[in-house]
Design a protein. Structure first.
Length: 385
């Protein structure tokens, strides 16, 4: 399997289609990547998770010339979200000359993961982006920013208010200037609420497979980044994804003196059974495509949950409401479903109204099956209160 440098949604979909057709245990992976706009890198991570769960022994073929790695290409690889994920998923890795570099690669990946999960996580991120990753299968599942410890030392997900602080950390990391107080508070409340709902779903539903067994390889994570990009360049980068192209065409620069589009991208991903299996309690293989599509859409209904609490099942409704209020965009990739909703066109919809989820244009034979779920949110930066 060959993973190209271009980290776009279209490239990830091509890779998922290739995985569905069959592949070997070894993936050739680039040292550096490019074209990360609009959820492309997390989409590629989901494809890598799909590959790692599908093969007996996932192995990486790197471009490192030999075991010595004089240019620290393995360090470069693990400093990127896709490279770190690949290093945590594989069972072995090789240099060009055939020597195993797995021990060095995994050590560098665990060092970076420890930074991302610790108090000084900013030291592990590159540029205007925020990254947080849980590797459940390696017992690295409870970063201090998202989890507390109970009296017995067991990790417990923090309360919603704490996720407002996460959103504030994201804002100060990815936006290089100070927003007015009203805009900053609005951003933190909106993003914090969305992150809590989406990450709680990974905690509740995504740490076991569709028959309840512990996953052999499980990543859960958040990636956020800011895009400051000229409209013409943005159109070029999303040209292969018509729904994104339509959404981006309506975006306008933040100020008349700054001709670049300012856009926040936030993705939450996991390696679990996916939306349809979680809501129905049935393995995905037992569902027809029509049943799966209906089940995924049902997840967006008010009180859609398998929990017994009367107030449960509002998480996705809340996320959709936040995106409508902010003129945002949503892409969901789960199981055999690739969906999107341009919520900038639904700003007047009442709370709880189902979003207009549409099928993402893919190959003629439909999207390949993806492991876990990936939700990508796009939020334009606005300065109005």
């Amino acid at each position: 399997m060959h993973v190209g440098k271009s980290m776009t949604v279209a490239a990830a979909e091509d890779l998922l289609s290739a995985i569905a057709r069959g592949l070997n245990d070894r993936a050739r992976i680039p040292t550096r990547s490019q074209h990360h706009q609009a959820g492309g890198e997390p989409a590629m991570v989901q494809a890598l998770v799909t590959w790692a769960q599908a093969v007996d022994r996932p192995m990486l073929q790197t471009w490192v010339p030999n075991e010595a790695d004089p240019d620290d290409q393995l360090g470069t690889l693990t400093r990127q979200f896709f490279g770190l994920s690949a290093a945590l998923l594989c069972d072995d890795a090789f240099a060009i000359d055939g020597a195993s570099v797995f021990a060095d690669l995994r050590a560098k990946a665990l060092d970076r993961l420890e930074l991302l999960q610790g108090e000084n996580m900013r030291a592990a991120s590159r540029g205007p982006q925020f990254e947080l990753l849980c590797a459940d299968h390696l017992a690295k599942a409870a970063p201090s920013l998202l989890y507390d410890r109970d009296v017995e030392g067991q990790p417990t997900l923090k309360h919603p208010e704490s996720f407002m602080l996460v959103a504030s950390k994201i804002r100060t990391t990815v936006i290089p200037y100070e927003l007015p107080r009203t805009s900053a508070a609005r951003f933190d409340n909106a993003l914090g609420g969305a992150l809590y709902e989406l990450f709680r779903n990974t905690e509740d539903h995504a740490r076991v497979d569709d028959v309840g067994d512990k996953l052999g390889r499980s990543l859960r994570g958040i990636q956020a980044r800011r895009h400051s990009i000229a409209p013409t360049k943005l159109r070029e980068l999303v040209a292969g994804s018509p729904p994104l192209a339509d959404f981006c065409e309506r975006l306008r620069p933040l100020r008349a003196t700054n001709l670049q589009i300012q856009l926040i991208e936030v993705s939450v991903l996991d390696s679990g059974p996916g939306y349809a299996a979680s809501i129905t309690g049935r393995p995905l293989a037992s569902l027809t495509l029509e049943e799966e599509a209906r089940a995924v859409r049902d997840c967006f209904m008010k009180h859609a949950t398998r929990k017994e609490q009367a107030r449960s099942g509002l998480g996705l409704c809340n996320v959709v409401d936040i995106l409508r209020d902010h003129g945002g965009f949503l892409r969901l990739r789960t199981g055999r479903q690739s969906l999107y909703a341009d919520l900038s066109l639904e700003r007047d919809a009442a709370y709880g109204t189902l979003p207009d989820l549409r099928e993402w244009p893919v190959a003629e034979n439909g999207p390949g099956q993806a492991a876990g779920s990936l939700m990508t949110l796009l939020l334009p930066i606005v300065l109005d209160a």
